[in-house]
Every structure is written in structure tokens, then in C-alpha cells.
Design a protein around this ligand. Structure first.
Ligand SMILES: Cc1ncc(COP(=O)(O)O)c(C=O)c1O
Length: 396
């Protein structure tokens, strides 16, 4: 039995009529950029997330880039982020001319470790006379970008304590986590993206809420930042052909917005189905006594009364025998993926940052041991059983 890592066919078939009708409408209107569909989608996401402002952009990467630009983070500045994420998180910091500073991850959740963050600041940073935090080489540290990896929120309370203490902006990379919830100490239940200055989402087709191409969105609290982001996504232009600062072409197009608008009402149902699939894996791995041979995804917020305590954008297990297991599963026609085979500090393009092997032991171990198993809302229990049986067979 062939099991795909992700199969979007059934989801599309269930909405095909509505999606095609929306596309036809956009084509008939001949309005393709920054039109009514974009505005309606922004409003719907703002309501869904509980955020005062939402600004549609062209991708998750551009969401991060636009926020950094709008906050005027640039050359000479430094931004702290996780050593283990998709490249865009760090690439955007470098693209605005700032220096990425990496911090190791929590081995249970794969998210930025608040303990490692605190220890980095205590050991390697200083406050200048004005109270501003400065990293090595005296660079002012402007922001932290926590990444809610695989659909699980970072420990935002602990990050908040540190960001408040040092007056750092928090830009959430929520590309993989739309709808994921966290119970904050000071704001109650919050959705991913709404706990810092800004939250960035990706609607890359494979995401829980996926477009038919590239698309992204930023949510934020502050109206001034929201206005700057709206200007930033149009080359810093306001009014037409008058440019206040340098932005980019980060606009969300109408066809993507219309498709996303059809899908958004289904998002929670899809995330619940992914969670049910994760429960199936958990129960079956337990029943087959595989815990210990493989480590299952942590669910630190499960007992906190949250619905979307995890949205399982990916179901990532770990085992020191990862590569052998992956090959075995491929032989059983089961697709898997490695997110990610290298930590960010080890990427060739960051050689100039002079990190060395061993600086981020947990990110490095995760890169060696993690394996993403097939998960999507419509995955059948037969397909999942084939995955579990094949893993049991491997460890027999
Ligand atoms: C954690 C993370 N950040 C940023 C991005 C960038 O999003 P996009 O591919 O829409 O540019 C992604 C998407 O793959 C991601 O997973």
C-alpha cells in the first residue's frame, strides 16, 4: 500500500465547485491585486486569530521580511531566532542586513528553548547605558523570532518574560501554526501569531491552510505597524508613486485570497482531523510497545483545556536509527520527510557567522534523528496502520 506524506486530492475534491466558482468570479471582475477578496480574507483571519489587524502578503517569507522592514530592523542590528527551522526564518534576518543569532531548541518540542535563550543573554550579552541589549560585537539586539514549529506553539510565557525584561520585539514565525493555541499567563488563551508584536503566516499549498500557489499574511496589534506593513507591501508607497521607505512587492493576489477564503472555515475541522490522526499513531505506537524505540511528538499543552493545543502540521518522531528507518519505510512505499537535515547555523550561507559544530547540540541531534510521518486530515486508518506495522517490523 502506497502512503503519501501529504495528499490534498480529497480536500480539493470536496471544495472544487466552490473554489472554481470563486476563481471564475475573480476572472470576471478582472481585479487581481488588492481587491475585495483580499480585504475579506484579511478580515476573516483577523477575526479567526483574535488579532486587531491582518495584512495579506505574497508568502510567509515576505511576511517575515515585511515585518522586519516595517520595524526598521537592518544593518548593524541583531535578531535572535531558533537554530532549527525552515530557512526563511533566518534568511529574512540576513536579507535585511541584520545578523541572525541562533539559540538552541528544546529537545522535546523542537521549539526555541527559553532556557537556552536566557543563558545566551546572561553569558554573551550586555546592556548599554540606555538599557538596550547588545550582543557580541556590540550589536543591538532588536527582536526575537520564535518559530512555532510543526504546529506547536513555543513556550511563549517564558519568552515573554525575557522579551519584556530586555525590551525586545517578538515576531512570531507562525508559518506552520495557524490556529494553534497557547494559554498565556497574562492574556489568557491566544492563537499563534497574536502573542508578540506581529505574527507571520504562510499559506504555501502544503500548509494546514494552503493556497493554490504562494501566499502569506501578517497579524499585529499596533495600528501604526499595520499601516506601515500595508505601505511596505507596496514598495513603501503612499500615496501612489510617493515612496516613504523601501519596501517590496509583497502583495497578496485576489485568486489566492478567494481560494483561501473558501478554505478558512474548514481549517479547524482539518486541524482536528490531523490531531485525531496523531492520536491514532500515539495509541497504536503505545499498543505495539514502540515508545522508547521512537520518541513521539510532545504535547505539553494537551491537558490545559485547549482545543488546538497542537495542529500537527507535521507529525515528527525521532530515533537515532532515523536514516535506516526511512529507507525501510520507503521500501514499504511509505513517504517520509526530514525537516530539517541541517540546523540553520550549519547552512553554508551562514559560514560567515563562524558557528562551529557542537554549538547547538539539540538542533544538531534533531537534524540527525527527526522523521516526519504521513499526516493529513483525510489519511485513512489503513494507511496509518501500514505505517505503524512497518515501523514495528523495523524494530522487531
Ligand atoms: C517556519 C517557516 N517559516 C517561514 C516559511 C516561509 O513561508 P513561505 O514558503 O510561504 O515563503 C515557512 C514555509 O515553508 C516555514 O515553514
Amino acid at each position: 500500500m502506497r502512503v503519501a506524506l501529504l495528499d490534498l486530492d480529497e480536500q480539493y475534491r470536496s471544495l472544487e465547485g466552490e473554489i472554481r466558482a470563486q476563481i471564475e468570479e475573480v476572472l470576471a471582475s478582472q481585479r487581481f491585486i488588492l481587491g475585495p477578496n483580499g480585504a475579506a480574507f484579511e478580515k476573516a483571519v483577523a477575526t479567526y486569530c483574535g488579532a486587531p489587524h491582518a495584512i495579506g502578503v505574497s508568502s510567509g517569507t515576505d511576511a517575515l521580511l515585511a515585518v522586519l522592514m516595517a520595524l526598521e530592523i537592518g544593518p548593524g542590528d541583531a535578531v535572535i531566532t531558533s537554530a532549527y527551522s525552515f530557512f526563511a526564518t533566518a534568511g529574512c534576518i540576513a536579507r535585511v542586513g541584520a545578523t541572525p543569532i541562533f539559540v538552541d531548541i528544546d529537545p522535546a518540542t523542537f521549539n526555541l528553548s527559553p532556557a537556552a535563550l536566557g543563558s545566551y543573554i546572561d553569558k554573551r550579552c550586555q546592556r548599554d547605558a540606555s538599557g538596550e541589549l547588545r550582543g557580541e560585537n556590540g550589536r543591538p539586539i532588536r527582536a526575537i523570532i520564535p518559530v512555532h514549529l510543526f504546529g506547536l506553539c513555543c513556550d511563549m510565557d517564558a519568552i515573554h518574560v525575557i522579551s519584556e525584561k530586555y525590551n525586545l520585539d517578538v515576531i512570531e514565525d507562525a508559518a506552520q501554526a495557524i490556529g494553534a493555541e497557547y494559554l498565556t499567563a497574562h492574556m489568557g488563551l491566544r492563537k499563534a501569531g497574536t502573542m508578540g508584536e506581529a505574527g507571520c503566516f504562510s499559506f504555501y499549498p502544503s500548509k494546514n491552510l494552503g493556497a493554490a500557489g504562494d501566499a502569506g499574511l501578517v497579524v499585529c496589534r499596533d495600528e501604526t505597524l499595520a499601516n506601515r506593513l500595508r505601505i511596505c507591501r507596496q514598495h513603501g508607497m503612499e500615496p501612489r508613486y510617493h515612496h516613504h521607505f523601501i519596501g517590496g512587492n509583497f502583495r497578496l493576489d485576489e485568486i489566492q485570497a478567494a481560494i483561501l477564503g473558501v478554505k478558512l472555515p474548514h481549517l479547524d475541522g482539518w486541524s482536528a482531523a490531523r490531531r485525531a490522526a496523531a492520536d491514532f499513531y500515539r495509541d497504536e505506537f503505545k499498543r505495539r510497545s514502540l515508545i522508547g524505540k521512537i520518541t513521539l511528538p510532545a504535547e505539553p499543552y494537551r491537558e490545559r483545556g485547549l482545543t488546538n493545543h497542537h495542529i500537527y502540521h507535521q507529525y515528527v518522531i525521532r530515533t537515532p536509527r532515523r536514516d535506516e528507518l526511512r529507507e525501510h519505510l520507503a521500501g514499504r512505499e511509505i513517504e517520509t520527510a526530514i525537516y530539517y537535515p541541517l540546523g540553520l547555523p550549519e547552512q553554508k550561507c551562514f559560514d560567515y557567522l563562524d558557528y562551529k559544530r557542537g554549538d547547538f547540540p539539540e538542533a544538531e541531534r534533531a537534524a540527525r534523528e527527526t522523521l516526519a510521518l504521513p499526516i493529513y486530515p483525510e489519511i485513512s486508518s489503513e494507511a496509518q496502520s501500514h505505517v505503524v506495522n512497518s515501523i514495528a517490523e523495523f524494530f522487531k
